[in-house]
Design a protein around this ligand. Structure first.
Ligand SMILES: Nc1ncnc2c1ncn2[C@@H]1O[C@H](COP(=O)(O)OP(=O)(O)OP(=O)(O)O)[C@@H](O)[C@H]1O
Length: 253
């Protein structure tokens, strides 16, 4: 099923063309990246096995679309997102993007032992803001995170929901052309979730394209106008969210 005619009039921003991703895994279950495992097993490793995580996925994403990626555990959703951002190389096929897709998250740049406020500086520097831009954005980020009373405390004193809110507030301060969100909305309380969904809609309205992986069909329905259902590495259905979610839910009964 094709995406809506209205969306197709917009220019394409991401083209996924017959994408295959294969992982090499040891038969023992360890990833091939675990060097030395062979030496630890006296009778020797039982050789490499291949996990064919994506099997020829193709679609075109247009400007202004917000695309939900759904499917059961291990179906290949995160692999697809990582391939779009360039973190995971295709074993064949290709991903073309009109600008660099950003994975929502500044987690790697943040430090637990410094305050929320100093982490705003670190996260914003990682996103490429100048010092002046950071000072202009700081009050908005603090307000969005709702951490006013805690902003001078070290981040290690935050609950996981609080640090997730700070990370989301920093990352969402930027207008991304292509924004990729992996389950980010599953964190935080209902009120914060509603506000982060609203911010994603805003990013989309300002000409961004959003990909959202989530197991929450409510988040997908509230945020995405189009959805792609992946099952066992194969694209099962692509179309308006209402239709795709309905078919996915029916298959799980
Ligand atoms: N780094 C890796 N090394 C080996 N196999 C991997 C790796 N990452 C994912 N896989 C395998 O690829 C397949 C797809 O995994 P992926 O994480 O993309 O699924 P998912 O749909 O995001 O799952 P979930 O909903 O559980 O998060 C699974 O069989 C998984 O075991």
């Amino acid at each position: 099923m094709a995406a809506s005619a209205e969306a197709q009039q917009q220019p394409p921003v991401v083209v996924v063309d017959d994408l295959h991703v294969k992982y090499q895994v040891y038969a023992s279950g360890k990833s091939a990246g675990d060097a030395g495992i062979r030496g630890l097993l006296k009778r020797g490793a039982r050789g490499l096995q291949e996990v064919h995580a994506l099997k020829g996925v193709s679609f075109v994403a247009h400007k202004n679309e917000s695309i939900g990626i759904i499917g059961s555990n291990g179906s290949g959703k995160s692999t697809l997102l990582r391939a779009i951002t360039g973190l995971t190389p295709p074993s064949s096929g290709a991903v073309y993007a009109s600008s660099r897709p950003n994975l929502l998250g500044v987690g790697a740049a943040l430090i637990n032992d410094v305050s929320g406020n100093d982490n705003i500086t670190l996260g914003c520097l990682a996103l490429g803001y100048s010092r002046d831009e950071i000072e202009e954005l700081r009050p908005k980020i603090i307000e969005f995170s709702e951490l006013q009373e805690f902003i001078d405390f070290p981040m290690r004193t935050y609950s996981s929901g609080m640090s997730a809110r700070l990370k989301f507030a920093i990352a969402a301060s930027k207008q991304h052309d292509i924004l990729i969100v992996d389950e980010a909305l599953a964190v935080g309380d209902a009120k914060f979730r509603a506000r982060s969904e609203a911010r994603i809609r805003e990013i989309r309205e300002n000409a961004g394209t959003v990909f959202l992986v989530s197991h929450s069909m409510k988040s997908i329905r509230d945020t995405c106008n189009r959805s792609i259902w992946i099952e066992k590495g194969v694209l099962r259905l692509d179309g308006p969210t209402a239709d795709v979610v309905k078919a996915y839910e029916a298959s799980r009964k």
